[in-house]
Write a protein that binds this ligand. Sequence first.
Ligand code: MSP
Length: 520
Amino acid sequence: MSGKFYVTTPIYYPSDRLHIGHAYTTVAADVLARYHRLKGDDTFFLTGTDEHGQKIQRKALQAGKSPQEFVDEIVAGIKSLWELLDISYDDFIRTTEERHKRVVQKIFRRLFEQGDVYKSQYEGWYCADCEAFYTDTQARERGGVCPDHDRPFERLREEGYFFRLARYQERLLRYIEEHPEFIQPPSRRNEMVNFIRQGLEDLCVSRTTFDWGVKVPFDPAHVVYVWIDALSNYISALGYLSGDPELEERFKRYWPADVHLVGKEIVRFHTVIWPCLLMALDLPLPRCVFGHGWLVLESGKMSKARGNVVDPVELSRTYGVEAIRYFLVREIPFGADGFYSEEALLTRYNADLANDFGNLVWRSISMTEQFLGGVVGMTSRDGVLREAAFRARAAYEEAMEGLRLDEAVGAAMELVRRTNKYLDEMAPWALARDPGSRERLEEVLYGALEAARLASFMLAPVMPRTAALVWEQLGVGEMFPRARWPESAAWGLLPPGVRVRKKEPLFPRRKNSPGEDPGP
Ligand code: MSP
């Protein structure tokens, strides 16, 4: 049965060009969105940019540009990166857009009027890169320096507006307890429960030390705290409080979010501030906040400051977009940290894409051309591959629904490997020499072609272009746009009599160390 599916990425800071770590989150969200579209779910996929705050203002100043000019340029680059990586978002929200700012102001006013926001004094240790205040104890524990940004904390004292976070502590804990799927994976849930149990304090939600932000509507010397501004994107983009009936309808249709995909460092904002804000607004809470791990390099976490960022544009140029998407999803157990290296990428490329998947497509089509004149023969009565396909489908679906994207891809690849083994065992080249084995030959090749069709279909959310290409080579290209999960993954849909046609190898093998060959 199909339903609706609303998936989001974090909105990215347009302070620099994005790197492969940002691409990781966005590709994962894209895979989920594409899988749900295949299922026939009414799907909405949102991404965007988080453009306000002191850090951006400072960077713009350094670059000799106005903040708006500065972010406009970077956002244009982000959009073209998503185009390159085939990111199928339905909307791209920028927090500097009027449609967003208006809603943030309405939210702030409503919270103030109903007493969830009040005015008071604030003094604390501030990190402009985190855009967050730290208490005396927290600052002392960190030796006066922000560990994430190597920046000394600044002492700030200001008059500010506060959100009554403490008021929602018990309700939040109860919600997390009653909805075990709300914070995933479970290790992140335990972390958050411990954090909340230590006690939530009211949160300062306005700033006066800079002005690049959404103004507090009734006190314009203050701008809204960037996290309140940013988190609201998930509802402003849908049309919440837009006053436009069509958009409000969109909000009703898609809210609450099914998955907010976020990096582990911002799980806290999404599972403490965000749900409390939604409770204050009387809105349902997202079904799931999934905190994935980081891509780390031998030299540590990727960061512009360390100068160790990996550029997805360059990588795609060398290996192709589809291989990059595949690698990101397959390599790292979804939820855990994972090491990134070009060697690992190359190994995956050669082992999974060239030797296993590409080879299966190539040899099953080549042999059909060579031994059967390119015409798909009779369907197979042989249960081996049918059973392998059945198992792979079940494992794939379970993994996708459980957000274990790496395992879902693994299930498709298991079918690929089983089929290659089957071909080795059945030796169609030997059957072809014996005229009495014609039927058997047709059956064996049918199984291999059908398994290739299925495996590429399972891989379609990750490598949409490759999947379409495989179906085209199998002679069923016109069926691809209408293919649906799980109907089109049933065994035996490849029609006998159809003509296959081989093109160039999908993933030509590469030399064994990065840089050794420039690629095709
Ligand atoms: N603007 C905030 C998010 C607001 S959401 C309401 C923000 N932006 S960010 O640009 O700094 O990072 C966004 C996301 O990029 C992270 O949460 C994470 O998902 C992803 N990643 C950034 N570096 C990463 C890695 N090295 N590895 C994996 N993901 C990484 O935080």
